[in-house]
Design a protein around this ligand. Structure first.
Ligand code: NAD
Length: 362
């Protein structure tokens, strides 16, 4: 076996192990585009997921991220009751320096060639303007600006869902869903983080913030009277709630050990480095975890409403349902004494199994 075939096998093994249907590598030397599109499952409908642009240290790291993100999208759509499958994409590069109109349009043409099997939206490193560029080449894009007929930035809807997920958890732990007097540490104060802080501060929540972008920290601290804290102080902090709103895998063996939080509830995808091990560790430690893909579904709901033409009213209705859906997951977790992430997975997987059965008849 040649060295090359060993590499090919390892990529195919990874795709197979994570249950993916298809992974597409996109390369366009003219625009500098290097992207990976992963389609996890399309039982419920076309795969919809964000496009993340990030300076990955290696292609392997980018593949790992896109596989984790796209699997999460399958579960997110399933548990939210949407007729969508799961997919995601990553563009390798620095969004502040490398992104151009031609790169985004070239990427749009790769999406076009998937004939609707994958539909994208914004994520970390991409914006509504980028969706507009992609939309110049393909109709399979959502989250385009409202001024040209789209639903606009999904982040406010994502933040609303996270806020309701926090409330559902607070109700469970403290007996009331009033947030006044509670403390929350928000890690990552980008689009979702800022909207979440605005909602929390409106209810007199004490908010701590942390971000790698120091200018942004100063701006958000001033605007919302939030308290900046250093990155290495987050996990030892005595706060009620940890809201991860940056990147994934921040909940792991090392960080759980230091945690005094009662609740973890934020927008970041794949917060648990390992769903099995870390879900169980949190349960044993008595920290209530709001499954990320359940409470951060507001943005996906907004994209779905744009696709189907249902509009904002439906987005609000479905996003508000996140409160009850979170309560249901907590109930199942308590009844069966299993981590909340396992309970959420069970509900999502059962919906996919049920719908697969009805699709087998003509
Ligand atoms: N935008 C949405 O509607 C949406 C929907 C679902 C999930 N999410 C997820 O929520 C998270 C935030 O999304 P967003 O749209 O606000 O992204 P964003 O790019 O606007 O903000 C991310 C913020 O995190 C900061 N950050 C990055 N690494 C960090 C680190 N190590 N420590 C602290 N801060 C760090 C960045 O500087 C930035 O300010 C992402 O994980 C995203 O996948 C977003």
């Amino acid at each position: 076996m040649s060295a090359n075939s060993a590499v090919v096998n390892s990529v195919l093994d990874q795709i197979g192990a994570s249950g993916h249907k298809k992974v597409v590598y996109c390369n366009d030397p003219d625009t500098g585009l290097r992207a990976i599109i992963a389609i996890h499952d399309t039982t419920l409908g076309p795969a919809l997921g964000g496009t993340r642009m990030w300076s990955y240290a290696s292609e392997g790291e980018a593949l790992e991220d896109v596989l984790r993100l796209s699997r999460g999208m399958t579960y997110k759509a399933a548990i939210t009751g949407l007729n969508l499958g799961g997919g995601n994409a990553v563009i390798i590069g620095d969004s502040r320096k490398d992104k151009t109109e031609s790169m985004m349009r070239s990427y749009g043409r790769f999406i076009k060639n998937l004939n609707g099997e994958f539909i994208t939206a914004e994520d970390v490193g991409t914006t509504t303007r980028d969706m507009e560029y992609i939309g110049m080449e393909t109709q399979h894009v959502t989250g385009v600006p409202e001024s040209i007929g789209g639903a606009g930035d999904p982040a406010p809807h994502t933040a609303k869902g996270v806020y309701l997920g926090i409330k559902a958890c607070v109700k469970e732990v403290f007996g009331t869903d009033m947030l006044a007097g509670r403390s929350v540490v928000v890690q990552g104060i980008g689009r979702v983080g800022e909207h979440l802080i605005e909602l929390l501060r409106a209810e007199n929540v004490e908010v701590y913030i942390s971000d790698i972008d120091e200018e942004r920290v100063q701006h958000i601290a001033r605007t919302y009277k939030a308290k900046p804290i250093a990155a290495d102080k987050i996990f030892g902090l005595n706060a009620d709630i940890y809201a991860p709103c940056a990147l994934g895998a921040t909940v792991n063996e090392k960080t759980i050990q230091k945690m005094n939080f009662a609740i973890i509830a934020g927008s970041a995808n794949n917060q648990l480095a390992d769903e099995q091990a870390h879900g169980k560790l949190l349960l044993d430690k008595g920290i209530l975890f709001a499954p990320d893909y359940l409470i951060n579904a507001g943005g996906l709901i907004s994209c779905y409403s744009e696709l189907t033409g249902y509009g904002k009213k439906r987005t609000i209705q479905l996003t508000e349902n996140i409160y009850n859906a979170t309560r249901d997951v907590i109930k199942m977790s308590k009844k069966d004494n299993i981590p909340t992430i396992w309970a959420a997975n069970r509900i999502a997987e059962q919906r996919i199994i049920d719908i697969k059965k009805i699709k087998s008849s003509f």
